[in-house]
Design a protein around this ligand. Structure first.
Ligand SMILES: C[S@@+](CC[C@H](N)C(=O)[O-])C[C@H]1O[C@@H](n2cnc3c(N)ncnc32)[C@H](O)[C@@H]1O
Length: 242
């Protein structure tokens, strides 16, 4: 089973699929200065939860792009349920290939999806043309909590930086870090547990499925990684760049 199919299963009971909370997503919206009528583009929108929260609280409009048809479908259903279809468009496809009118957005966001372009640095570079002069970038990104994470863990995570390295990249690209909203261990526990519950619910409902072992392996791998390394060494934060 491929990785995105496993995510469809693990995230079945989740709306926001990052180690953060609706409160923090709203707070970062406030820090970015979101106002009614502002246009926002989100690359890797998942189930559209960030845009839905911002649309309901701040009155923004915009577009969210995701490569997974299952996620797009859920996001579209959500916008319809919340009466937001007129304001939030969901586009299903590769966000790296999405062509936008340069300088048209007040805010460009990429929350936990910088792998779309490879890493944080490429994400800043690729999103910059989307915003108007004075616009903001909002990026949700993992970082090393300690510069000396064990090499057998860091080897598989080449696109993760320390926060100091992230700061240097931001400045190099001509931005300032305006705000940071870090995730707590509770945010991480809630996010990881949400994924495990989704996998366990599927395992319970599919005792004879031919791909059961893939799902079980994914559950065990993600728990091994979390308890052994990630909880200790991996941080996550929302950054506003201006
Ligand atoms: C960790 S989730 C974050 C979703 C959302 N931003 C949130 O915070 O709830 C990352 C999303 O990026 C999507 N994705 C992965 N590669 C992509 C690509 N090339 N173009 C668009 N979306 C992509 C995945 O399908 C997934 O829904």
């Amino acid at each position: 089973m491929d990785f995105l199919a496993l995510k469809n299963i693990s995230e079945q009971g989740m709306e926001l699929v990052n180690p953060t909370s609706p409160e923090k997503v709203l707070r970062v919206g406030e820090m970015a200065g979101l106002e009614a009528g502002w246009q926002v583009i989100e690359f890797g929108t998942g189930y559209g939860e960030v845009l839905a929260l911002w649309a309901q609280r701040f009155g923004i409009s915009g577009v969210g792009i995701d490569i997974r048809p299952h996620a797009c479908q859920r996001a579209e259903q959500k916008m319809s349920r919340l009466d937001l279809v007129e304001r939030i468009e969901i586009v299903c496809g590769d966000a790296a290939a999405y062509s936008f009118e340069p300088g048209t957005y007040d805010v460009a966001a990429c929350i936990g999806a910088s792998f779309i372009w490879g890493d944080f640095h490429q994400t800043v570079r690729h999103m910059r043309p989307a915003i108007r002069p004075g616009g903001r970038l909002v990026i949700g990104e993992p970082y090393w909590r300690q510069a000396l994470a064990p090499p057998d863990y860091t080897r598989g995570q080449t696109a993760v930086y320390t926060e100091y390295e992230l700061l240097q990249i931001v400045r190099q690209e001509g931005f300032h870090v305006a705000s940071v909203i870090r995730s707590s261990h509770d945010d991480w526990d809630r996010y990881e547990s949400g994924n495990w519950r989704g996998l366990l619910a599927w395992l319970e409902a599919n005792p004879d499925h031919s791909e059961r072992q893939d799902v079980l392996d994914h559950l065990h791998d993600s728990q091994d990684e979390y308890f052994r390394y990630a909880r200790e060494y991996l941080g996550w934060a929302l950054y506003v760049l201006q």
